[in-house]
Design a protein. Structure first.
Length: 266
């Protein structure tokens, strides 16, 4: 009886969550489809056609996709070996890393960007579009650090890194082999979660790109002001694209063992 009651409450809370998240999106979608209601057309996709036919839309979209993928790859390559080494040899630094993850949250993004500009003002990073792009990627990595590190750290804490490493070393495996073929498959879920979060954050970021004058996806949305319906349509498109690219990223980065399991199931 108690189990059935718990199951009912679970479905109720799930329904409340779906309504809470879904109703605003459905309202936004309905409003974006009504630019010609006064002309007698209850549904119109003109706002979507205007957005998708703009050359700046695709250019800024691919620019943000590239920046998001680059940020994700660099963040993963930096944090996975670092977290592994801290977990294995320097566990006393774990609290220091946890404290460092709070800094990008405590320090405002505007302060971070102006600090980077002041720090590198006499270098090539602030004297050209290429340098500002590199600076933007670095700022993205710093800004996403709290959200990138925690899934990876949780995955490493869920396994016995020392036992796995010693077992692999006893079989003559090198450090690269241990990291790529022993440790990484065991923390793959955390790495994927970290990658999804980092990519989604970089795809929708606005403050850093606006301060560094980069033509990102969010900057295009900010510049769409000539029609009240186009920004609404762009919001729906950006939401759909974010989930689409996350799904594609999940399929592309799926571990080979998961792909084989899926094929076997089929």
């Amino acid at each position: 009886m108690a189990k059935n009651r718990t199951s009912v409450f679970s479905w109720v809370w799930l329904l409340i969550g779906i309504l809470y998240l879904g109703l605003p999106l459905l309202s936004t979608l309905g409003y974006s489809l009504s630019p010609e209601v006064r002309a007698g057309n209850p549904i119109s996709f003109s706002a979507y056609f205007d957005v998708l036919s703009d050359p700046k839309f695709s250019a800024n979209l691919w620019f943000s996709i590239g920046a998001g993928l680059l940020t994700t790859v660099i963040s993963t390559m930096l944090l996975v070996p670092t977290t592994y080494w801290v977990q294995l040899r320097m566990p006393y630094l774990r609290s220091t890393l946890e404290l460092m993850t709070l800094l990008p949250i405590v320090v405002p993004v505007i302060v971070q960007v102006f600090g980077l500009l002041a720090l590198y003002r006499s270098t090539f990073l602030v004297n050209g579009s290429g340098g500002l792009y590199i600076l933007m990627i670095g700022a993205y990595i710093i800004w996403a650090f709290p959200y990138t590190y925690r899934p990876i750290s949780a995955a490493f804490q869920a396994i016995n890194v020392k036992v796995l490493t010693e077992a692999a070393q006893s079989l003559g495996a090198s450090w690269i082999t241990i990291l790529l073929r022993v440790i990484l498959p065991n923390v793959w879920g955390g790495v994927l979660n970290s990658a999804f979060i980092t990519f989604a954050l970089a795809l929708g970021e606005f403050t850093i790109s606006s301060l560094l004058a980069q033509q990102t996806f969010s900057m295009y949305q900010f510049g769409v002001k000539d029609d009240i319906y186009k920004p609404i349509a762009f919001t729906v498109i950006s939401f759909a694209l974010t989930w689409f690219f996350i799904a594609v990223l999940q399929q592309v980065t799926k571990h080979p063992s998961q792909r084989n399991a899926a094929r076997t199931t089929r």
